[in-house]
Write a protein that binds this ligand. Structure first.
Ligand SMILES: O=P(O)(O)OC[C@H]1O[C@](O)(COP(=O)(O)O)[C@@H](O)[C@@H]1O
Length: 330
């Protein structure tokens, strides 16, 4: 059968292929669940993801990766991956939640986003202030520059509920005391997560399922772009602003080509163009089930989606354990 639209075909195939990549990373990381070794868990995921990405028929450039070339030997920013093909920008976090994995806690994920060249914000490894809500609300319902109580009141009004019926998700960090206090003053519930704010932000896309209406607070900027890519595919609103703690972080911004240091990034600034996103659960979580080893089989759960169609697929896979070449010692 002739393929009429090569680009559309590629986009559709690549989204599924992306899921294979995050599966490989998650399965590798899963061998390290609960072993108290977050660096080892990350390395296992990095190795597997790099091998998988290098099998794809793309000319991929890592724009968000494991760090600068001099500090990360693999999947560093600027590394080119793939067998050749269309130019694609890649944002990745082979293991989002290294501590969660080391401690066998919930919601660790392997995550990759891809976009047409230039589509993803080249966010340096600094903090980003983030705010996100799910789909279905008027534009501007919440704003990064409004105070948290005002955002809660506006969201409650837009949802047609009382503030006491809203739940705000936030990383459990001292730096978020003001947000947490304000949310409680506004009578909202606060869902504190230990780590993993890609999943944290993603919770807002399905308040009925996760119970989370809004995400607020600062976390990694790379994770912010990955979460924005997911929201681009499913719908929702998100804003982010980079935070710079010192000269070293400012230098990273300069290297990444960031000129406006105070810019409030909208969703499309962080994840524009045609975006694809895939995540596989490493440990069990609210978003996805984690990897399970059952004799000679491994089961995984992966979510793949793309902005062009808005389709979200959840793929439950049963694979032969030996297909991952990991020599699992569990
Ligand atoms: O722990 P900090 O410094 O608050 O950073 C928050 C960032 O760390 C994470 O919780 C986990 O990151 P790792 O996967 O590198 O452990 C991210 O999801 C989040 O963006």
């Amino acid at each position: 059968m002739p393929i009429k639209d090569q680009n559309a075909y590629l986009d559709r195939i690549l989204t599924i292929e992306l899921g294979r990549c995050t599966e490989a990373a998650a399965v590798a990381a899963s061998t390290m669940i609960g072993r108290g070794d977050k660096m080892g868990a990350d390395q296992a995921a990095v190795d597997a993801l790099r091998t998988a990405l290098n099998k794809l028929d793309i000319s991929g450039t890592v724009v968000i990766g494991e760090g600068e070339m001099d500090e990360a030997p693999m999947l560093y920013i600027g590394e080119e991956v793939g067998q050749g093909g269309p130019k694609i920008d890649i944002a990745l976090d082979p293991l989002e939640g290294t501590t969660l994995t080391a401690k066998a806690m919930s919601d660790a994920l392997a995550v990759v986003a891809m976009a047409t060249e230039g589509g993803l914000l080249h966010a340096p490894d600094v903090y980003m202030d983030k705010i996100a809500i799910g789909p279905g609300y008027p534009d501007g319902t919440v704003d990064l520059d409004a105070d948290p109580e005002e955002n809660i009141r506006n969201l409650a009004k837009a949802k047609g509920v009382k503030p006491s019926e809203l739940t705000i998700c936030c990383l459990d960090r001292d730096r978020h005391k003001a947000i947490i206090d304000a949310a409680r003053r506004a009578d909202a519930r606060v869902f504190l997560i230990p780590d993993g704010d890609v999943a944290g932000v993603f919770h807002v896309t399905n308040p009925e399922g996760t119970g989370v209406d809004m995400y607020m607070g600062s976390g990694g900027a790379p994770e912010g772009v990955l979460a924005a890519a997911a929201l681009r595919c499913v719908g929702g609103q998100m804003q982010g602003r980079l935070q710079f703690a010192d000269d070293a972080e400012l230098a990273r911004a300069e290297k990444a080509g960031i000129t406006d240091l105070k810019k409030k990034y909208e969703l499309m600034d962080m994840a524009g163009g045609d975006v694809m996103f895939a995540a596989t659960g490493v440990t069990d979580g609210t978003m996805l089930k984690g990897v399970k080893w059952r004799g000679d089989k491994v089961t995984t759960q992966t979510m793949v989606m793309r902005s062009k169609s808005g389709t979200v697929r959840v793929i439950d896979a049963v694979s032969r354990a030996d297909s991952f070449n990991l020599g699992y010692r569990g």
